[in-house]
Write a protein that binds this ligand. Sequence first.
Ligand code: G6P
Ligand code: MG
Length: 220
Amino acid sequence: QIKACLFDLDGVLVDTAKYHFIAWRRLAEELGFTFTEADNERLKGVSRMASLDILLEIGGLTPAEAEKLEMAAKKNAWYVEYISAMDHTEILPGALKLLQELRQNGIKIALGSASKNAMMILDNTGLTPFFDVIIDGTKTVNAKPDPEVFLMGARELGVTPAEAVVFEDAEAGVEAAMRAGMRSIGIGSPAQLGQANIVVPSLADFHLAQLRDLETDASR
Ligand code: G6P
Ligand code: MG
């Protein structure tokens, strides 16, 4: 039986990818190279420093560690400036309804995000009260696809991995769920998230009944 749902934040509940993108692009421009929206796809679900490494690889730069920390701090300051203006209108379609339905059905809810800015985003969008447990980048050591974030979430909720389902938009996140021994719902395209048990284009296309279907589908 499914007792809990663990949600990734960026790209599942809110569309922060666009803010990450303009902040990384601003950094790239300052460093003298172009960073495209297609490049940005590679950063989804990837931690801040790992994202910077990918960006620098695209720009062909190899700065020293101290410089890299400065760059990451700069990007984050811009990003925080953008997300501080977020409000409930930036919650993605279907997210609120699903969270409400889960609550009404007694299913526990946790956040499992790599972001160190998750609390600010949840507070600004008014999503915080939905969560029984919040695990974000300030609490974890290992980034997805490591299962740490989801295992920690399940443990704090008091459920086993088999009783938990993960909602993810990134390949690394779906892999993290699998490694945690949890089933997953991919939000996006089947081409990218084929490893997930179910893939839907957005949360608006996911229904509670599909969670029940997962329970009876013991094959996966
Ligand atoms: C999420 C996003 C990534 C982001 C990471 C760290 O996983 O999908 O794009 O790099 O969080 O976010 P932070 O807010 O800590 O820089
Ligand atoms: Mg994500």
